[in-house]
Design a protein around this ligand. Sequence first.
Ligand code: G4P
Length: 528
Amino acid sequence: MTLQEEILRRRTFAIVSHPDAGKTTLTEKLLLYGGAIHVAGAVKSNKIKKTATSDWMEIEKQRGISVATSVMGFDYAYSPAREQVSASGNTLQQAATLSPTDTVQPGTPKTYHINILDTPGHQDFAEDTFRTLTAVDSVIIVIDSAKGVETQTRRLMEVCRMRKTPVMVFMNKMDREGKDPFDLMDDVEQELGIHVTPMTWARGQGLKFESVFFINNRPADLTEKEQADMELIDGVYPAFDRERYLAGDLAPVFYGSAYKTVGVEELLQFFVENAPSPRPIEAMERKVDPMEPALTGFCFKIHANMDPNHRSCIAFFKICSGRFERNTYYQHVREDRQMRFSSPTCFMAQKKETVDEAFAGDIVGLPDTGNFKIGDTLTSGETLHFKGLPSFSPEMFKYIENADPMKQKQLDKGVRQLMDEGVAQLFVSQLNGRKIIGTVGQLQFEVIQYRLEHEYNALCRWESLQMYKACWIESDDAAELEMFKKRKTQYMAFDKEGRDVFMADSAYVLQMAQNDYKHIRFHFTSEF
Ligand code: G4P
């Protein structure tokens, strides 16, 4: 296969949802279709659930939430039959014109390479999810049809909108009594602020739910109610328009039940045909096209101790262009040096495999001993920096203290590695050198404490700290900046990179500072 063919057959996406909407269940069903796992029947028993393929960490098993973002790659062979109506409901001829660069030849099986990036569902890990969204080309939003759109999903959608990420919606749990399908679409339109159009429709709901059909390929035996539904749909919703979908303006909607494996294959088929292959990515210097033969990629996640038996980190790189090869020298841009990798891995949930090559769109894991930070770029030689991996000002702050004087070294190492992973943010007070951890939620503190204990054999204690916001500051007026730092020493801290951060303990203090120092700019994300 040529480089171009390899890249065109790739589909890299994230499944995002509110916790419990069914993300894990859907992911498993997609893996089943790809032949990547072989668990027959619905994922029902707690036993299976506890070892759910996308859950990595002990703490997830304990709490039943996904803390870590995991990556799963698999091949999916889709073979449209000649003259058959394709998944999108268009004839294959039309389907071909819909995706000119990615033609499905009638009767020819086409093997897509799918990379699913699972995201932590819990809101305390929102930042982790935001970063994951920088590594995907599209998103599937899962909604619990009994509950409708929930706050957290709305927030994730903000990020998709900012990045113009194409979005598909899966209305899950149609086997439960829930909201009316039309109301659900209204809900998405209003709450998520995106136009919608249904692609499939559910036959029945709740106990009567049995199957779905493509709206463009309606069964002959429509009931009166279904007939009326179709008329309403034809009158109200726009036809699917791939350009609008790719621009992030129109979301195709699918109904189904991940649990009962209904509506999932329809989603998958439509997805591989219509979701984008790797898209161009903006670097600070220029736009990078995935088809460029030279390798470029950035690190969006670092995961320490994936395997407790081997105390190593894995840096997750999204390949933005070209081909990545094992044992080939690449430029580590920040450190301005050449590195090569003898055991790059790709992921199949808990399994990792060494790979010889990977292509734009893929995620490779590089075993790391502290060389990488989130946002680092690897290239074939060019100096490039990818945008869009900011740190947000945390919402909660606590002092972290050592609770076991014999284990100071372990604690320091643990804190350093967890911060490099992006689990939370570390600030060091410029006044007294005390370490402050900033998070977006209480659960993160618990995870840090647990992981320090179980992975680093270190004990920590938290001391509360009244803090409103951390602001990264800069000014063209160096004298004023120095003056500010001197006057506000007790509020000043360094972030992980040694940059100056103003830690305002109340909205009032921040407002006064902004009023008094007109030339200083206060930023709420680290990237400005
Ligand atoms: P999440 O990753 O988004 O947090 O959700 P997850 O897949 O873990 O699903 C949350 C719960 O919803 C699970 O039930 C799961 O079985 C159930 N579920 C998922 N999809 C459907 C569906 O289409 N229909 C119905 N009726 N239920 C669905 P649980 O009670 O937490 O676990 P379990 O006892 O079923 O394993």
